[in-house]
Design a protein around this ligand. Structure first.
Ligand code: FAD
Length: 415
């Protein structure tokens, strides 16, 4: 039995543990995680860790000793299989030790924090399960790719979201021949406006990536047990030594939904990150919440910001403080020498304003709704990112000519 049991040892789970002790929580805490490692940063998996610029030790969220010192029991390599919200216990799958499976066990809880993130959505076509078809979600995924990177030349990346684009940038830096296939008519279509999509498409092509939009793949050709080509619906055969799939995640909510929690795309939570089940919170990628920056829409956010801030909200509530979640969303992406920083959520914008010239490789795209700035994408433009934030939070109507003029600092734009 633990006073607080955290399920999932990723960003949100780690922050929950850190915040509990920071706020002086004295009860017992355990974290159950199905990966073998203590919590580590996931963003470097498609950036510095993949590129070999950072070792694994440097991406740990805290040194391994931290958890012991804070008296947070780490039950790593275990997976929670079911939740009993009436008896208030979870069933934890046994650990593989030396090929021997230890039995399932039960752990009781006072409060449960569900912080399980999501699993990569995989392709369902023929060949999708070949051993050289990889997702990029866990350290193990990247280690498996790196183990054979020297033996390969041609890589096909499926999906033009942030993860696919970042992976393509690293691989092209390694000198690999990269084909990137995006089914929609532009990359980043789900998260960014057209200016940004076109800019990144051009950058990747300039770095030698064969980036194709509107690309319709059919299946993966397998020979001798390995993926050898991606076959397109128009009959083209793209020979490949490795396939990387970055087409989104499916939130890990099975046991909670089976226990009766309300949810659909993720498990539904209120402004304190409470699920519909008593004493069970959900935080991070798996939690669907009404976000004030999405104008109240029920969404899941897949970002470190959201994982950390929701964990803090849930912990505050456990500690008796009612601090509703309305943190401003922010995100970043590194590709080549381009540092993209975003703030706010652009969904539902009715106008975009380009600030600066993309040809200089330093500019921002401002997303407006009803004359208000609701989000910004800043490429190598840290000042815009820092100064635009306050406008996104305030929701004031702004002078458009000034917004479009990079000579006027965003903090000086008239209301
Ligand atoms: P996770 O960090 O995924 O942690 C969940 C943990 O729970 C995992 O270890 C999982 O294995 C475990 N688990 C799942 N089910 C169970 C179970 N039943 N029992 C026990 N354990 C379980 N965000 C940014 O803001 N900026 C970026 O640049 C960025 N880049 C990214 C690049 C990559 C390659 C990836 C994969 C993600 C990136 N993200 C980025 C997103 C960010 O990493 C996630 O939003 C964040 O990790 C979410 O935290 P979480 O705790 O909800 O989930």
């Amino acid at each position: 039995y633990y006073d607080v049991l955290i399920v999932g040892a990723g960003h949100a789970g780690a922050q929950a543990g850190i915040s509990l002790r920071q706020l002086g929580f004295e009860g017992s805490i355990a974290m159950v995680g199905d990966e073998k490692d203590p919590p580590y940063e996931r963003p470097p998996l498609s950036k510095e860790y993949f590129a070999g610029d950072k070792s694994f030790d440097r991406i740990l969220i805290r040194p391994a000793s931290f958890w012991e010192e804070r008296k947070i029991d780490m039950l790593l390599g275990h997976r929670v299989k079911s939740v009993d919200p009436v008896g208030k216990f979870v069933t934890v799958g046994g650990k593989e030790t030396g090929g021997k499976e230890t039995g399932d066990g039960e752990i009781g809880y006072g409060k449960l924090i569900w912080a399980t993130g999501g699993s990569p959505r995989m392709l369902t076509c023929n060949g999708a399960d070949a051993p050289n078809v990889h997702a990029v979600r866990r350290r193990d995924d990247v280690d498996a790719m790196m183990a054979k990177i020297d033996q390969i030349n041609h890589v096909t990346v499926i999906g033009g979201g942030y993860i696919g684009l970042e992976a393509a940038a690293v691989l092209s830096k390694f000198g690999k021949k990269v084909v990137l296939l995006e089914a929609l008519d532009r990359v980043l279509a789900r998260v960014a406006g057209e200016e940004l999509s076109r800019f990144y498409e051009a950058e990747h092509r300039a770095h030698g990536v064969d980036l194709r939009t509107g690309a319709r793949m059919d299946c993966i050709e397998v020979s001798d047990g390995k993926a050898t080509a991606v076959l397109m619906q128009d009959g083209e055969r793209i020979a490949t030594d490795m396939v990387i799939v970055g087409i989104g995640i499916i939130p890990e909510t099975g046991p909670l939904i089976a226990a009766g929690a309300v949810g659909g795309n993720g498990v539904d939570v209120d402004e304190y990150c409470r699920t519909s089940l008593p004493d069970i919170y959900a935080v991070g990628d798996c939690a669907a919440h009404a976000n004030s920056f999405a104008r109240g829409a029920q969404i899941r956010l897949e970002s470190v910001q959201n994982a950390n801030d929701q964990a803090k909200t849930a912990v505050a509530h456990i500690m008796g403080k009612e601090e509703p979640y309305h943190a401003v969303p922010w995100f970043w992406s590194n590709q080549y020498d381009l540092k993209l920083q975003t703030v706010g959520l652009s969904t539902g914008h009715d106008q975009t304003i380009l600030r600066g010239d993309p040809a200089t490789r330093s500019f921002s795209v401002l997303y407006m709704k009803g004359g208000k700035l609701i989000a910004l994408d800043c490429v190598n433009a840290v000042k815009d990112y820092v100064q635009g934030r306050a406008h996104v939070i305030s929701g004031a109507v702004l002078d458009q000519a000034q917004l479009a003029d990079p000579a006027v600092p965003l903090k000086e734009v008239d209301l």
